[in-house]
Ligand binder design. Structure first.
Ligand code: KIV
Ligand code: ZN
Length: 510
């Protein structure tokens, strides 16, 4: 029994495939880099057979990162496994994760196969994966609702075929902690070569028990947790990485296990995912929520002032929450900006620094003190290189006695031509969004529009998050910050519009 639990992050796969969490390639690479800084052992970078775009993102992550294992998900099918191998083979430590549904519901309704056929497919899939790649995970999907005898049988077969990690998914978040822990214990006892492999947990959160189930798995012998940043993932999500890691750290006395996670990177990683996807965590979310370390009640404040430990079981510093520093302003130069960005964990080249410096100077003209939060917003203004429609300029008019109107100019990056539109609307933002739709075409319905400020004060940057739904099933998010709320609204919407248009073109190409 070792005292190390591997952290397998599946934000870019299980998380990314859930509504509102889709990311473009550069966003995925940015997040993957931060997961490497965070110290995760394995990054499940995607499902390469799902689309050419997924394949290319996984391939680039495999080429870019050096420390973690880079894993691709594949159904237990020849084409999936070969495609996955092609995507990950350049990684320093490649891994294939192959799976097949094993519960009666999956066997009979989804796969329409007998138990014997399912075992045969699993063995074929694992053997093929092993012939290509040293590291192979096998998952019996919906293990939580699979007969125990059948689970033991298929896991025995997968280990003989070469799997080194056996992942036990509670795919629909059905089990309670006692049951899940007992399942892991039973499998470790009954599987013939269980001592030759690592057992992993993959718990969904449909009943709010994903973290508790994962930890119960560890208590009963699992040595790898599959989890995601902010608990994102299919439906109610997966076990939240920050929760399982901080539970193991804070209650080391109870669990007795270490992870390789640099916990001071947790907050920044959580923020990064929120910034990229526009999906905010609830304010009382454990570990990374806005209120996780806030003490409002007078009686609590009194205790905290006397001794922090009265109401705090871990410190904000331990997850990387630092006080916002007001560091830069109008007179700060390029070197000071580069230095601060480095301290905040950004790696950028000279060209990128030039671009950020331009935005920084523009911001400094309208805002006296530039905080770390402001710099984060600048850094997430997004890479618009791939966008079909690029922002050029806008003007708006509004008042009590006049109809609100907007004029927008966008450049089409394919033809190089500028397009201008003027429209009236129900307020300036509505008029501006009408102009964008009329220039770019229908991106889908705007289903969410929120605005926050980064810091306090009249010159604070507004951060706008929008979501567009296309075809009732696909969600595209956009986010932008500016001291001018209309400009921030336009840039956020344009980002989501470009994502939606890219998606629509992809569908037409297939
Ligand atoms: O939830 C699940 O069963 C999965 C598998 C593909 C591991 O995500
Ligand atoms: Zn899952």
């Amino acid at each position: 029994m070792t005292h190390y639990v591997k952290i397998f992050d599946t934000t870019l796969r299980d998380g990314e495939q859930s509504p509102g969490f889709s990311m473009n390639r550069s966003e995925k690479i940015r997040l993957a880099r931060q997961l490497e800084n965070l110290g995760v052992d394995v990054i499940e970078a995607g499902f390469p057979a799902a689309s050419p775009d997924d394949f290319e993102s996984v391939r680039q992550i495999a080429q870019t990162l050096t420390k973690p294992e880079i894993c691709g998900l594949a159904r237990a099918m020849e084409t999936d496994i070969k495609t996955t191998w092609d995507a990950i083979k350049e990684a320093q430590k490649p891994r294939i994760h192959t799976f097949i549904g094993t519960s009666p519901l999956h066997r009979e309704y989804k796969l329409k196969k007998t138990p014997d056929q399912i075992v045969e497919m699993a063995v074929k899939g694992v053997s093929l994966a092993k012939s290509l790649c040293d590291r192979v995970d096998f998952s019996p999907e919906d293990a939580g609702r699979t007969e125990r005898d059948f689970l033991v049988r298929i896991i025995d077969a997968a280990i003989e075929a070469g799997a080194d990690t056996i992942n036990i998914p509670d795919t629909v978040g059905y089990l309670s902690p006692d049951e899940f822990g007992d399942l892991i214990k039973h499998l470790i006892k009954e599987v013939k070569y269980s001592d030759k492999v690592i057992f992993a947990t993959h718990c969904h959160n449909d009943l709010g028990m994903a973290t508790a189930n994962s930890l119960a798995g560890v208590k009963n012998g699992a040595r790898q947790i599959e989890c995601t940043i902010n608990g994102c993932g299919e439906r109610a999500g997966n076990a939240s990485l920050e929760e399982v890691v901080m539970a193991l750290k804070t209650r080391h006395d109870f669990y007795g296990f270490d992870t390789g996670i640099e916990t001071t990177e947790l907050f920044q990683t959580s923020q990064l995912l929120q910034q990229i996807t526009g999906q905010k965590v609830q304010s009382n979310k454990a570990i990374v929520g806005r209120n996780a370390f806030a003490h409002e009640a007078g009686i609590h404040q009194h205790g905290i002032l006397a001794n922090r430990e009265t109401y705090e079981i871990m410190t904000p510093e331990s997850i990387g929450v630092a006080k916002t520093e007001l560091v830069l302003g109008k007179h700060s130069g390029r070197a000071a900006l580069a230095d601060r960005l480095k301290k905040l964990g950004y790696t950028i080249n000279d060209d990128q620094l030039n671009d950020v410096f331009e935005s920084f100077k523009r911001l400094a003209d309208s805002k006296k003190d530039i905080s770390d939060g402001d710099l984060d917003v600048l850094m997430f203004e997004g890479n618009t290189e791939l966008d079909e429609w690029q922002f050029v300029s806008f003007s708006t008019q509004s008042g009590e006695e006049i109809l609100s109107s907007a004029t927008i100019t966008l450049k089409n990056s394919i033809t190089g031509e500028n397009h201008t539109q003027t429209l009236t609307g129900d307020g300036m933002v509505d008029a501006a969004y009408g102009c964008i739709k009329s220039i770019c075409g229908d991106p889908g319905n705007l289903t969410e529009f929120t605005m926050d400020s980064v810091t306090a004060g009249i010159d604070a940057q507004a951060v706008v998050n929008v979501r567009i739904e296309h075809d009732g099933a696909f969600v595209f998010s956009g986010r932008a910050g500016d001291t001018d709320i209309v400009r921030a609204s336009i840039l956020a919407y344009l980002e989501a519009v470009n994502k939606s248009l890219r998606y629509q073109q992809r569908i037409e190409e297939v």
